[in-house]
Design a protein around this ligand. Sequence first.
Ligand code: B4P
Length: 192
Amino acid sequence: MTGQVMIFLGAPGAGKGTQAERLSKQYGMVKLSTGDILRDHVSRGTALGQRIEPILSSGQLVSDEILIELIEDRVSVLESSKIILDGFPRTVEQAKALEQLLIAKGLELCSVILLDVPVDLLIDRIVSRGKVLGRSDDDESTARERQRVYLEQTEPLVDHYRSKGLLKVVAGTGSLDEVYARIVKILEKEHV
Ligand code: B4P
């Protein structure tokens, strides 16, 4: 698979992190997952972690300012030009900042994969994960708030990337293997 930067977009619980992890391993890409990076700050109790812990637990988005700086810092030190962004951008402001960053780094955005999953299934998945991992944002009411925030702040990115001809919609229902096979099929058709 050629190409450089790929984005995984989708509502909370759509499977972005799950599928991005597998794809990055198979194709030797670097995965940057903003959710993981933020949770790592919380678990290490850094100054940033202490500031954002209540935001994550309430299901809101961390500010654009923090996220943009965090991604700029990570991308600027990457040697690889094969990057998967999992969970970034999540607002139009973040998408605009990413465009500038990629131009500055001479990188090209090749695909935006939108994982499409009905909302009831999303809530079921998140609540099940909460029972296993105990994530503070995985109870049902926070999961519903995260879906509301997604519709309000992140869904506008669907049209943003569709209008640029970059959006690929993948059904995120079915088993992990089925979803993965759909993603690989689309990407291989695009880039082989
Ligand atoms: P994330 O960590 O990105 O959380 P997510 O949206 O819930 O995860 P994802 O869609 O990756 O689902 P997953 O694969 O885990 O964000 C958490 C928080 O961080 C946000 O709410 C926000 O506060 C903050 N944040 C992150 N990025 C930000 C940004 N750019 N700007 C501002 N704030 C930001 O899958 C979910 C579950 O479903 C798993 O248990 C998985 O095993 C299961 N699953 C997945 N696919 C399945 C399938 N096909 N069948 C059955 N189960 C499946």
